[in-house]
Design a protein around this ligand. Sequence first.
Ligand SMILES: Nc1ncnc2c1ncn2[C@@H]1O[C@H](COP(=O)(O)OP(=O)(O)OP(=O)(O)O)[C@@H](O)[C@H]1O
Ligand SMILES: [Mg+2]
Length: 266
Amino acid sequence: MDIIVYTAQLCKYFGSFTALDNLTISVEKAEIFSLLGPNGAGKTTAMKLLTTLLKPSSGDAFINGVSIRKDPFKVRSMIGYVPQMISVDGTLTGYENLLLFAKLYDIPSKEAKQRVKQSLEFMNLEDSAHKVVRTYSGGMIRRLEIAQSMLHRPKVLFLDEPTTGLDPLGVQTVWQRILELKKQFNTTILLTTHIMEEADKLSDHIAFLSGGKLAAAGTPGDLKKSLHMKGVTLEDVFIHYTKESADSERSFRETAKERKITSRLG
Ligand SMILES: Nc1ncnc2c1ncn2[C@@H]1O[C@H](COP(=O)(O)OP(=O)(O)OP(=O)(O)O)[C@@H](O)[C@H]1O
Ligand SMILES: [Mg+2]
């Protein structure tokens, strides 16, 4: 087993709030690994730490053996990132967006043009390459963002909710392209999603986060088996593992509130 992403007791605090609590996970080379969990579970925070956009409060993580703390610049050269929010320029064409990024990645100009052309073809965008991006549909923008994140042939690709807001056909196209990236380029892909069908279809391994903590991890099949019931879906698994911590968080908050009131009452 070849581990390419490893997090060791990774923590992120925002003031007194713990967004990510001692996350330890390993991702194998050329696999698709999904980080799942309710809104606010810490998925985007984990991705921002791994892509060096945020600094860990404690703990560390390694991409291909390189520490995100000690050598963030080297980490950046090995990864691609498609954020939850739009990351392309609407006033430029698809082609111009990609060429700009190729420059940013220091790809020599002759090769850059070739790679941009290849990427547009790979993402089925060649017909719209010279249209300004503000005229693109949501699905086309997502595909352009993936093309952009792949230009420098990263070892690890981070996709934060790659199919949110896309129509069924757009979703299918992005799924196909993700599977193809893994197959053709041996890219390791870490993704987040709220669509359990997507996670089930694409993932080799899944980690469930809840309240910043790792709630469960395994293959989709093993996670379903762990519920010891017939006909279990990944949605059932999601609810099973993330509901408990959500409940305990609530009760913790309730308890804290009660204590505060009690102490005020003296
Ligand atoms: N810069 C910040 N300052 C303060 N709190 C933050 C900051 N960024 C994130 N948080 C908090 O950390 C928690 C985790 O946020 P994060 O964006 O990682 O969640 P998520 O799992 O990606 O959720 P979603 O499914 O809604 O995208 C949330 O409670 C959020 O409000
Ligand atoms: Mg998020």
